[in-house]
Design a protein around this ligand. Sequence first.
Ligand SMILES: NC(=O)c1ccc[n+]([C@@H]2O[C@H](COP(=O)([O-])OP(=O)(O)OC[C@H]3O[C@@H](n4cnc5c(N)ncnc54)[C@H](OP(=O)(O)O)[C@@H]3O)[C@@H](O)[C@H]2O)c1
Length: 355
Amino acid sequence: MTHPSTPSTPSTPSASSTSSTSKVVLITGASSGIGEATARRLAAAGHHVVLGARRTDRLAALTKEIESQSGSALAHELDVTDPASTQSFVAAAHDRYGRVDVLVNNAGVMPLSRLDALRVDEWNHMIDVNLRGVLHGIAAVLPIMSAQGGGHIVNISSVSGLRVDPTAAVYSATKHAVRALSEGLRQESRELRVTVISPGLTRSELTDSIGDSTVRDAVQGQMGIAIPAAAIGKAAPMVTEQQVRAWVEGYVRAWTSSSKKDITALFTPQAEYHERPYETDWIGREAIIDGWLGRTPWQEGGWEFEWSVLTINGDTAAIEGTGRYKELGTFANLWTVTLDKNGKCTMFRMWNNQI
Ligand SMILES: NC(=O)c1ccc[n+]([C@@H]2O[C@H](COP(=O)([O-])OP(=O)(O)OC[C@H]3O[C@@H](n4cnc5c(N)ncnc54)[C@H](OP(=O)(O)O)[C@@H]3O)[C@@H](O)[C@H]2O)c1
């Protein structure tokens, strides 16, 4: 049996220059937090990053820093609530490089409050930035990606796109909406790759936008357990550089070339085999990546596997997938593979479920 090849894990940012495999990656909200960390990481990996935000002084400083390390960056003012501004941001990238490979829709705000506080302007602002902003980004790149015959849209949602908490009703609604429209986009195009990254609580400037001081103090009090933005900055490079796909496809090959009995041998010594209902705990994980990561062709016996969720947690990554059977269309095997930083499986879980 052939073991899957081990993809290289993103290394710490270091000086690097671009090459023919460099991608043109546009990042909204690149002036701080996750967007800034993502830009550093992608530039260090040799991609051309195009940085958008309203605070152009921050973008200029980041561009200078990236260029001083032989990276490639272009800064452009961007207000994602304005379709014309978003079009001009994308056009600047296209004019400079002649293509747009990846758009990371990252810009976001999170003025949390209880609904009965009636901070209606803040609700609308969240909808304008977190939801309309993502749609403006999609609208600006879709014609270019269609003409190119492909592209990749990475939308930053949140664990709040998977659950709802008090004071986060509107924020969660916008992040659920981002997941919904990403899924629709994914279904509509096989050429376009669509990925959703859902970080947990991350250290950034996001809580500064909380206008309700009681809520702001409470959230900022939790920052001790928050994830560093640089950790989330690893996620987009992993998906844009197809490392996730390499993992997934490697394990698809391993799976499809083995019987159920062999699986135990394949994943020992820590292997676990469970038959139990699907359950998961999103809290405490660094980033959940959701989208079309890999799909096998239909197999001879009439089944296929599709992997759609990846969790990056420190140096491990967990992939969750679904097996579909043509004859028993309503059944699925849901399973999780946990890989260490070398791509070795440290945990294999599988359970049957009816969906
Ligand atoms: N921090 C967390 O705990 C967490 C968890 C899950 C998901 N997220 C998501 O991650 C994304 C990045 O947030 P972050 O945590 O890195 O917060 P951050 O440090 O506050 O960064 C937010 C970025 O969005 C930009 N932005 C805000 N409004 C904009 C607008 N109208 N047009 C263009 N850019 C705009 C900001 O730039 P300018 O102000 O310069 O325009 C800034 O660069 C957001 O979508 C957020 O919802 C964060």
